[in-house]
Design a protein around this ligand. Structure first.
Ligand SMILES: C[S@@+](CC[C@H](N)C(=O)[O-])C[C@H]1O[C@@H](n2cnc3c(N)ncnc32)[C@H](O)[C@@H]1O
Length: 240
C-alpha cells in the first residue's frame, strides 16, 4: 500500500522557494562576512550623536565581526527558518547583521511576508546591519535599538505571536531565563527558540540552558555544538 500523502497534500505543504535567495545569496553574505573579518575601518567612529552602552570609540568592523556566528551556525539557522516558515522572527543581538542576513534571506526565499525584528543596544551596529542588508537586497527586517530588557517587552506587545527566536546576547543566567519566559509566553506551540553559547561560554550560561531545556513549557530540545534549540509545547489554557 502506498502511504505517501496524496498529491494535493504534498502540494499544499511544498515550499516554493525563490531561487534568488538560495545558495548564491548565502555565498554572497558569506563573502561579505569574510570581507568584514578583515576590515580595519572604524565601526564606532563618533559619527552618531549617542553611542550605545557597550560601544567603544575606535572599535573596528573586524573587531565587531568576531562576535558574529560561525558559518555552520548561520547555515543551521537558515535551514531552520526555511523548514519552520515562521511569520515572525525575533533576534536578540543584531551585531553587524550577519545572522539577521541569513534569517532575512530565508524569509525572502519563502516569499510569505515573514518579518524579522532584531534588537541591539548599539546604534552603530544597527546602522551597519541596515546598510549591509540593503546592499544584499534583503528586506523584511525591523531594527530596534536599545537594551533587550527595555525593548523586548514593548516589542512583544506589538506582535501577535513569535514563531522563532534567536537569543544571541547578554549571556547571563537571569537575563536568559527572563528572555525565555517573555518569548515563550508569546509563542504558539511548535515555536522554536535558539540560544547561542549554551555550553562553552560560562558556567552560568550552562545553568541557564539546563533550566530552559527542562522548563515545563518545552516540548523537546537539542544541542548543535554551542547552540541550544527548544521546541515549545502547547501551554495549558493558552490560545496562542
Ligand atoms: C554575539 S553578538 C550578536 C551576533 C549576531 N547575532 C550575529 O551572529 O551576527 C551580541 C550582540 O548583542 C548586543 N547586546 C549585548 N547585550 C545587550 C543588551 N543587554 N541589550 C541589547 N543588546 C545587547 C551587543 O551589542 C552585540 O552586538
Amino acid at each position: 500500500m502506498n502511504d505517501r500523502p496524496a498529491t494535493g497534500a504534498r502540494e499544499a505543504s511544498r515550499r516554493r522557494l525563490d531561487p534568488a535567495f538560495g545558495s548564491n545569496k548565502l555565498l554572497e553574505i558569506q563573502r561579505m562576512k569574510t570581507a568584514c573579518d578583515n576590515d580595519g575601518a572604524l565601526l564606532v567612529d563618533g559619527s552618531l550623536p549617542e553611542p550605545g552602552p557597550f560601544d567603544v570609540r575606535g572599535e573596528t568592523i573586524a573587531a565587531a565581526c568576531k562576535a558574529s556566528e560561525s558559518w555552520s551556525t548561520l547555515q543551521l539557522i537558515y535551514q531552520l527558518v526555511v523548514l519552520e516558515a515562521p511569520g515572525v522572527v525575533v533576534e536578540l543581538g543584531t551585531n553587524l547583521g550577519f545572522s539577521s542576513a541569513y534569517i532575512a534571506a530565508a524569509l525572502s526565499a519563502l516569499g510569505r511576508g515573514g518579518r524579522l525584528f532584531t534588537i541591539d543596544a548599539s546604534p552603530y551596529r544597527a546602522r551597519f546591519a541596515r546598510r549591509l542588508h540593503a546592499g544584499l537586497g534583503l528586506g523584511g527586517v525591523d531594527y530596534r535599538v536599545g537594551l533587550f530588557e527595555d525593548v523586548l517587552p514593548g516589542l512583544l506587545d506589538e506582535l501577535p505571536v513569535v514563531d522563532l527566536a534567536f537569543i544571541d546576547g547578554q549571556h547571563e543566567h537571569d537575563a536568559t531565563l527572563r528572555f525565555f519566559e517573555l518569548l515563550s509566553a508569546n509563542c504558539p506551540g511548535g515555536a522554536v527558540l535558539l540560544f547561542d553559547d549554551i555550553l562553552n561560554y560560562s558556567p552560568e550560561m550552562s545553568r541557564a540552558w539546563s533550566a530552559v531545556r527542562t522548563h515545563a513549557a518545552v516540548h523537546s530540545w537539542a544541542e548543535f555544538g554551542d547552540v541550544g534549540m527548544v521546541i515549545l509545547g502547547d501551554r495549558p489554557g493558552s490560545n496562542r
